[in-house]
Ligand binder design. Sequence first.
Ligand code: MN
Length: 224
Amino acid sequence: MPLPHVAPATLAIMGTPDRFPVRRIFCVGQNYADHAREMGSDPDRQKPFFFTKPADAVVDGGTVLPFPARTADLHHEVELVVALSGGGTDIPVADAAGLIFGYAAGLDLTRRDLQAEAKKAGRPWDMAKGFDRSAPIGPLTPGIPPASGRISLTINGDPRQSGTLDQMIWNVPEIIAELSTYVDLRPGDLIFTGTPAGVGPILRGDRLEAMVEGAAPLLVAFAG
Ligand code: MN
């Protein structure tokens, strides 16, 4: 039997035809206080926590995506995504920025109805968070992401999410350092760093524009 050919998951990079190889996708939950509150949590008492998506959940922007199956409540979460070119375990906060290849605007697409069911039953979030094409990401801008600046999302031109990167409860170096106490971070790993307030539903036919300071805009449309 011939072995199957499995194409690696990759991301576009600004200014080059080269593609960034994606190894794993980690995500931070509730890393902006206003979003933690809108999800019913107390941001002052809960540390940010981590979940994952499969590497091949990544998808380029600038395309029309099929509307995901098995949901009547697909939600948008605009996020700063960082891509690592280095790694390690127990990384000191002071060393974390040196491991970053680049950053981009991303969408942590969420089947909120399935997530709510999972939370209620104490079950895993994988089918709510890690489905096919659940991680649209714009082209990577090489370099360190800004510590402040705007993060926002519009749907069909209407403002839906707006915040600033300095509203993160844990900043990017702190996230990398903390995550590296759970896993051995490696080149190719991506980290979604949390979403500001204003998450809400996406409808069939909607056109989303995700913006993160310093990164290329991410445009995603859903089939009608
Ligand atoms: Mn998220």
